[in-house]
Design a protein around this ligand. Sequence first.
Ligand code: PEP
Ligand code: MG
Length: 753
Amino acid sequence: MATTAGPRLILKRMREIMVERISPQARLDKMVEVIAVNMVAEVCSIYLSKPGGWLELFATEGLNRAAVHTTRLKMGEGIIGDVALNARPLNLSDAPQHPSFSYRPETGEDPYQSMLGVPIIRSGGTTLGVLAVQNKTHRHYGEEEVEALLTVATVLAELVVSGSLVDLAEVDIGPKHDRPWRGQGVSFCEGIAMGRAVLHEPRVKVEKLIADDVIAERDRLDLAIVDLRTSIDAMLSTDDTAIAGESREVLEAYRMFAHDRGWTNRLREAVTSGLTAEGAVERVQNDTRARMARQTDSLMRERLHDLDDLANRLLRHLMGKADTSAHEALPADTVLFARTMGPAELLDYDRTKLRALILEEGSPTSHVSIVARALDIPLIGRVEGVLDQIESGDWVIADGDTADVHMRPAHDVREAYRHKLALRAQRQAAYAAMRLVPAVTKDGERVKLLMNAGLLADLPHLEEAGAEGIGLFRTELQFMISHEMPRLKQLVDLYSAVLDGAAGRQVVFRTLDLGGDKVLPYARPLNEENPAMGWRAIRMTLDRPALLRYQIRALLKAGAGRDVDLMFPMVAEVAEFRAARKLVDRELERLARTGETPPRKVRVGSMLEVPALAFQMPALLAAADFVSIGSNDLMQFLFASDRGNPRLGGRYDLLSPPMLNFLKGIADAARARGVPVTLCGEMAGRPLEAMALIGLGFRSLSMVPASIGPVKQMLLSLNSGQLSSFMAGLQASTDHSLREQLKQFAINERVPI
Ligand code: PEP
Ligand code: MG
């Protein structure tokens, strides 16, 4: 009967066989012999996968030698096929009675009653074959023996893959990652990029599987487990921004598994059976991956995924490798791959080398998407199975416009994209050349083109895009990516840096627009039934004035001696605006009392994104210094159509008569009172929509920086007076949308849209 020394002896002999100058087949033959002797079995056989889903007998001790390379079973056929298909051991004291038993006369296995078969799994989870022992007696193999055979199978797998035991052309060793692969996800951030794959959490290759000193390996493993637990606990307790939202959930799962006795015991047993600490992790990990591959329940798969990630972390701890690639040498064009990622983790990378981000999970509203947008890199999320397909260093094309990920693309695909990118670059160069060209229509109407921002990382775009200023600075983003409520000093520093970066250009700070999908990692979730219409933005800050005052204080301090423009989000009635404005006055008084330098000028505006406010235009225009229309929210409330619901995505059109007429009413009223009005929703950045807005009388638009070039190009060819007359003729239309008519106008008048 095999004892724990059994597998160690087998491993030792296997190592010796490997250095003998004999053929691969002779090595295999010797190995089955050694295994049989040490396992006190009459038979030991190795079956390996062949292309086409077959399992072939490659070596045997005890069965008829003539059956070698002759006996074949389909995946799932017989006990061997069952072990391979399900990637789990079968321990049978009466094998012929098992429902899967399939009799093969040529093997001469009639006398053998008991059988223990274990899968041969390579790193990555692919089943390469089956290692089986048989005995004549009705024997039940003990747990230690199962463990021993599994350990031997782990080492065998690596030897097979290395080509030392078989000709690799003869066996199916699973995905070779040398063929093109195309994945589809969801685009969270548009754009196209090409580059080399970098894994955010790099995989480590285990070089040495067989231990020289079992005690030393056990100590190394124990130490690494303690290390791992400590690092996870530390990450969770720091409340770091990098682990907001989904990442936090994953970490919680890691913590649970890292303290799970079942997992750590399996690792220890694997070391005891003669593997190095790394080899033990790999053995247990292969098992997890094999289970993952056959798991159909998505929740269970997710947990197995967590366990697999945790094993990777443990490997990195053992090998003294960094947890992420952020501070490794990156290729000049890096396409980053991760399962999920926190915003701060992304900001940790050298942005001059970062070209795209691909996530296996994620959501468009996750904070990392916000950062990707600020960094102006395409982000494709929810690309199922992408991490199984990618190898670091692979060529990748990330098409954020179509949500496609092309890995190791064929030459023609690469060429097609090169062409696409060259065209884009040409267009970008044309936009860049127009950077300093004033945005004036053909008939001499000046249009202010501003950009939207939310992070310090956005500031360089001001110059690059030729924006006149920042029409919307979403201050909540900083709160969302912080791990705790930012302190007053931090806010003052940030707002000062923004004003410095803007170098005298206008910056309109919007006070906190929290709630809805904008949640703080450190705040208690509200669990509202209708969060978009819930306790959010100005409603929240008027109920908690201390927070708003604190933010206003920071803005006023940062603006000492310069102009400060601030506005409130989601104002639904003038009374709310007045109440909020009063807080600004109180803060200004406070500043005067403390003798600090006040801003040169403070302008207080209101967002108009709740339709009700448009019915109080005279009062609003009397109370506010400026108005900014948030068309994203305005559209959702005007049509009662959730802006984040993909089912409603194309249902109602921004260019519909109700929306356009509504906007015109606001623009006309503001112009009549001489109050500046800007539109800062997404529609301002789309050339056709922007054209329509100019036709309605808007002369100030704020958009994502990348849109400034295309919008400017459009308006330089536009006769706004002619468009206004054209649109006046459409005012009474009851069509679903005026999009086609406006497009036709642009085509006829050669306005590039
Ligand atoms: C809007 O609603 O149009 C807007 C600009 O604000 P946000 O997208 O941040 O809600
Ligand atoms: Mg809004």
